[in-house]
Every structure is written in structure tokens, then in C-alpha cells.
Design a protein around this ligand. Structure first.
Ligand SMILES: Nc1ncnc2c1ncn2[C@@H]1O[C@H](COP(=O)(O)OP(=O)(O)OP(=O)(O)O)[C@@H](O)[C@H]1O
Ligand SMILES: [Mg+2]
Length: 248
């Protein structure tokens, strides 16, 4: 099993949209047994896959007690399950800090080893205690960012944080990091210039097909399989798999 977190310090950069599409691609394009774990109390990924939290259970309690199986739901797609977000996650930060169990999340993800090939986390934004737990737990961070100097700055801050607090180095310990430009609009000079400085990074276009997910509640590869955004998302998934294969 390999685990992937879609993470960024900044909010509103397309994390949840990527998490849903990557999870769907993992299950359908690569036939991986996939779990999408929605860790953001907003529940955008859960909602987009036409699911809702089970009212009788609490995700926060499941995390505290190591009892996550009852919280997992099947999606409309074969091989894709979802661990839904709910309101209890509002108090997750406090719980993680108080519990002083720095590797709680890592342990929980490891427990999925038997049942899943890919676990994909949709994270809330920010360098929080939850983020630190995610950094200790996953094999790969996919980091969406707008092509702008401020996003570059936030990305540099993330790398700095990883180096200082997680003994991370670009060639050394996990997690691997895959930065991705999102909401790309090549009509904008700022976007073109920022992208030109990083030609190795994949670009996800600013696309109506992605924006529409909030209303269609379907992954882009289902609703608009021939759209340029669908090709970009499939290419991103291929790159993710390539990075995962290279990990020891
Ligand atoms: N490539 C894209 N093109 C057009 N719209 C997009 C794209 N990616 C995301 N969006 C839209 O932008 C908004 C924010 O996206 P999303 O919720 O995925 O961001 P997020 O990083 O998960 O936000 P948050 O930090 O609040 O969790 C949504 O309305 C989404 O539909
Ligand atoms: Mg989100």
C-alpha cells in the first residue's frame, strides 16, 4: 500500500478537486483498491463523490480509538471507498495535540495495508499538528499551487518546515514531494512566467470541467473524459504512480 496526501499551506487551491480526481483515477485507470480519506471538516471531497457522513459515528472518535472501518463507505465506483469527513473533525487538532501521539495517523494508515493499494488523503490547509502527522505518515505529498510568486513562497516555506522539523531533504527521507500548478491560465503573463521557471511541473488548467464537479458531483474523467483537464489529471496520476514505483 502507498499513501498520498494532497496538501498545501494555502487554502482554495484545488486540493479537494485533485484528491477526488486522483482517487478516481487510481481506482479506474490503475485498478488500485483505493481509499479516499477526507480529513477536512468541510467535507468537499465526500460531497463531490455523492456521499455524506454517517450521522451516528464520529470521525474524530474513530481516529482516537483506532476504529475507522465502520466509517468507510463504498463510492459509486468499483474499487473506490471513502472515509467521509464530518463536523467532529473540527476538534481533531486539539485531540492530536493533547493525545501526544505524534504517529497516530501513520499507525492508522498502516492498518489499511491489507485492504487498500492506495490511500489518498484530502487535507485541510495549513501547517498544523495534523499536517505534521500527515508528513510523518505518507509516502508522497502532492502539492497543488497557483503559478504565482506568493504560491512559490508558500511552497518554499513548506520545504523549509519539512527540513527543520522532519529531517527532510529532496533526495532523502519520505515523503516524496510532487508540486503541481493548478488553475493555470496561460493568457496570464504571471502564470506563463512562473511556469517557465519550472518546466518539469505538470499543469492542471483552469477548467470549467473541474469547476463543474461541485454541481455534477462526478470526477472529471467520468463527466468530461475528453476535456483537456481530464488529460492533465490522467497525466498527473501517471506521474504519481511513477514516483511511487521509484520509492524503495
Ligand atoms: N483547475 C480548476 N479549474 C477551475 N476551478 C477549479 C480548479 N480546481 C479547483 N477549482 C474550484 O476552485 C474552488 C476551490 O477548489 P478546492 O475546494 O478543490 O480547493 P481546496 O484547496 O481543497 O480548498 P480548501 O483549502 O478550502 O480545502 C472550488 O470551487 C473548485 O471547484
Ligand atoms: Mg479542500
Amino acid at each position: 500500500m502507498r499513501s498520498i496526501a494532497v496538501f498545501s499551506v494555502k487554502g482554495g487551491v484545488g486540493k479537494s478537486a485533485l484528491a477526488v480526481n486522483l482517487a478516481h483515477a487510481a481506482a479506474t485507470l490503475s485498478a488500485r483498491r483505493t481509499l479516499l480519506w477526507d480529513l477536512d471538516t468541510q467535507g468537499a471531497a465526500t460531497y463531490t463523490l455523492r456521499l455524506a457522513a454517517r450521522g451516528d459515528l464520529s470521525a474524530r472518535k474513530g481516529i482516537a480509538e483506532g476504529e475507522l472501518a465502520p466509517l468507510i463507505q463504498a463510492s459509486d465506483f468499483p474499487a473506490l471507498d471513502v472515509l467521509a469527513a464530518d463536523k467532529s473533525l473540527r476538534h481533531l487538532e486539539k485531540q492530536l495535540v493533547e493525545a501526544e501521539k505524534a504517529r497516530r495517523l501513520k499507525k492508522l494508515i498502516r492498518a489499511f495495508d491489507k485492504d487498500y493499494d492506495r490511500v489518498i488523503l484530502d487535507c485541510p490547509p495549513g501547517l498544523t499538528e495534523l499536517a505534521d502527522q500527515v508528513f510523518r505518515a505518507v509516502d508522497l505529498l502532492v502539492v497543488p499551487m497557483l503559478p504565482s510568486p506568493l504560491s512559490e513562497r508558500a511552497y518554499a516555506q513548506l520545504l523549509d518546515h519539512l527540513a527543520k522539523h522532519h529531517k527532510w531533504s529532496p533526495t532523502g527521507t519520505a515523503p516524496a514531494i510532487l508540486p503541481v500548478f493548478t488553475m493555470v491560465d496561460r493568457r496570464k503573463a504571471l502564470h506563463r512566467d512562473t511556469i517557465a521557471a519550472h518546466p518539469e511541473r505538470l499543469c492542471i488548467p483552469y477548467a470549467a470541467a473541474i469547476e463543474a464537479m461541485a454541481t455534477t458531483r462526478l470526477p472529471v474523467l467520468v463527466k468530461s473524459p475528453t476535456a483537456p483537464a481530464a488529460r492533465a489529471l490522467a497525466a498527473l496520476w501517471t506521474q504519481v504512480e511513477r514516483v511511487l514505483t521509484k520509492l524503495a
